[in-house]
Design a protein around this ligand. Structure first.
Ligand SMILES: [Zn+2]
Length: 159
């Protein structure tokens, strides 16, 4: 049996007048993430980690932000299509570990729903989807609430 590790990172600006989508879940907040799609930073980092583990390039290769079909697209669709690419290479997910980095709002109340959402798309147990959250103690662009970051590590095994 073969194993493949993958890593992904994603950044988005925060601005008023946008919805805040993280991990496929809408989080009520005065600011949302700016991007061509729904700018779901966690799902994008997970997609990049999955693609990385399978050595399939990155999210920008498969879903270019110059393509109008991806404008404001629900990133859950991108995750589903990414998993199809990975499955086609005969891999399945072992687990994901991820960390969100943002100053506010508090993410903890939404983590269970994010785990369920992501696990359902991937077809795995939610215990295989770890989501952690941290602030930067007011430092840098995250601390100034100008943006947010997500990091994800995944492990795939060959089927
Ligand atoms: Zn992104």
């Amino acid at each position: 049996m073969g194993y493949r590790i993958g890593f992904g990172v994603d950044y988005h600006q925060l601005a008023e007048g946008r919805q805040l989508m993280i991990g496929g879940v809408h989080i009520p907040h005065p600011k949302g993430a700016v991007g061509h799609s729904d700018a779901d930073v966690l799902l994008h980092a997970i997609c990049d980690a999955l693609l990385g583990a399978a050595c399939l390039g990155d999210i920008g290769v498969h879903f270019p932000d110059t393509d109008q079909q991806y404008k404001n697209i629900d990133s859950k669709i991108l995750l589903r299509e990414t998993m199809q690419l990975v499955s086609r290479e005969n891999y399945r997910l072992v687990n994901i570990d991820s960390t969100l980095c943002l100053q506010e709002p508090k993410i903890k109340p939404y983590i269970g729903e994010m785990q369920q959402t992501i696990a359902a798309i991937i077809g795995t147990d939610e215990k295989n989807i770890s989501i952690k959250a941290t602030t930067t103690e007011q430092m840098g662009f995250v601390g100034r609430k100008e943006g947010l970051v997500a990091y994800a590590t995944v492990l795939l095994e060959t089927i």
